[in-house]
Design a protein around this ligand. Structure first.
Ligand SMILES: Nc1ncnc2c1ncn2[C@@H]1O[C@H](COP(=O)(O)O)[C@@H](OP(=O)(O)O)[C@H]1O
Ligand SMILES: [Mg+2]
Ligand SMILES: [Mg+2]
Ligand SMILES: [Mg+2]
Length: 354
């Protein structure tokens, strides 16, 4: 059992579980209320609703902690209809277990509070103190197309990830299931799907079914050792704009990997390799200027490392979560079992000319 971060781990998992009730409802009801952000990426009522629910749980339990969250309220201040839809969903979403719901506090009070709660995620992050990172829906494009998505929550202390939680509603519960890329846009059959991955620094990583009430029992997960690269499987983004897929194919060939890549949205990739469903996750920069966001990696980084993996950027440096809201000092991500990471890194650097 966990020791010093037990309460953080419990609250984080319950908050993620409650947020997933909301995102699954939004997916089922097909009224996703998509709006575009400045960078042309989509955000849905699911993203806003999940973020509000998670922040309200953190505000209640850890009122002094900072929060770095992906979304903010400005689009809702100008759009009363969208705001009303989100408020309705947030108000109605509760865990089925009264005691578990009680642990998350009284929730969001009204529409004005909804905006305040969403904007509590604007911390600059950094190297000092406790900072939660929230990606309410990681892989929004995957969410929209019925691919994989993750609700991601991490706790940083002085710039290091101490607790990581990933709720993956569309992944198989079964840790032995093969890599799975989702359910499809018109599917509603969620039978056998929904998993929460979690990790605490120094204590390991777990998976458990993503439920709708109290937390279910967890199991320790470990990465698979790669005996033969020919049989290794690697995952990458579905979106070619998020990771360079042609360079990844060259790297795979150099390593002697024979299987084609598995393209999967979101941090479900980190969870999938952490439980041994896949082996390697490559994220290769597509531009010199894009900086990876800390909420896209904090939970996944810890879960993979606690399951026996190593996570670095393409330069071989650990991901630096203390640099602010972005991984400003890193470039790309290479996640692999510790025993082969240096071999994978070398192949990456050969192909990228580093
Ligand atoms: N040019 C880019 N390079 C790398 N990542 C990018 C990117 N543009 C957007 N992203 C990030 O890629 C995330 C999805 O990752 P993946 O491709 O692994 O599914 C997005 O998270 P959101 O969906 O939360 O916005 C977004 O933050
Ligand atoms: Mg986004
Ligand atoms: Mg994201
Ligand atoms: Mg997101």
């Amino acid at each position: 059992m966990t020791t010093i971060y037990a309460r953080e781990l419990e609250i984080a998992q319950l908050a993620v579980q409650r947020a997933a009730i909301l995102t699954k409802r939004v997916f089922r009801e097909k009224a996703k209320g998509t709006v575009s952000k400045d960078d042309a990426s989509p955000v849905t009522i699911g993203d806003f609703g999940a973020q509000a629910l998670i922040i309200s749980a953190l505000r209640h339990n850890f009122p002094h902690d900072d929060i770095v969250a992906e979304e903010e309220a400005s689009a809702l201040r100008e759009d009363a209809k969208l705001r009303g839809m989100i408020w309705g969903l947030v108000r109605e979403t509760k865990l089925e277990d009264v005691a578990a719901e009680g642990l998350l506090g009284r929730g969001v009070r009204d529409e004005a509070d909804l905006l305040d709660v969403l904007d509590r995620g604007k911390s600059a992050g950094g190297r000092v103190g406790r900072v939660w990172t929230i990606d309410p829906i990681d892989g929004t494009k995957g969410f929209l197309r019925g691919g994989q998505y993750a609700i991601a929550l991490g706790l940083l202390e002085d710039g290091d990830v101490k607790v990581g939680v990933l709720g993956c509603p569309n992944l198989p519960v079964d840790d032995e299931a093969p890599l799975d890329v989702g359910i499809g846009e018109n599917q509603t059959d969620e039978e056998g799907r929904g998993v929460i991955f979690s990790a605490v620094v120094g204590e390991g990583a777990w998976s458990r079914p993503l439920g709708t009430g109290a937390l279910q029992e967890g199991k320790k997960i470990r990465m698979k050792d790669i005996a033969d690269m020919a049989n290794a499987s690697f995952c990458e983004s579905v979106e070619a704009g998020h990771s360079n897929q042609s360079e990844a194919a060259q790297i795979a060939q150099k390593l002697g990997i024979t299987k084609p890549s598995v393209r999967m949205d979101s941090q479900a990739k980190y969870g999938s390799i952490a439980r041994g469903a896949g082996d390697i996750y490559l994220r290769l920069p597509t531009s010199k200027t894009y900086q990876e966001k800390i909420w896209d990696h904090a939970a996944g980084d810890l879960i993979v490392r606690e399951a026996g993996g190593q996570v670095t950027d393409t330069k071989g440096q650990r991901l630096d979560f203390g640099a602010g809201r972005t991984l400003a000092s890193n470039s790309g991500v290479i996640a692999a079992p510790a025993g082969v990471h240096s071999q994978v890194l070398k192949a990456v650097q050969d192909v990228l000319g580093l």
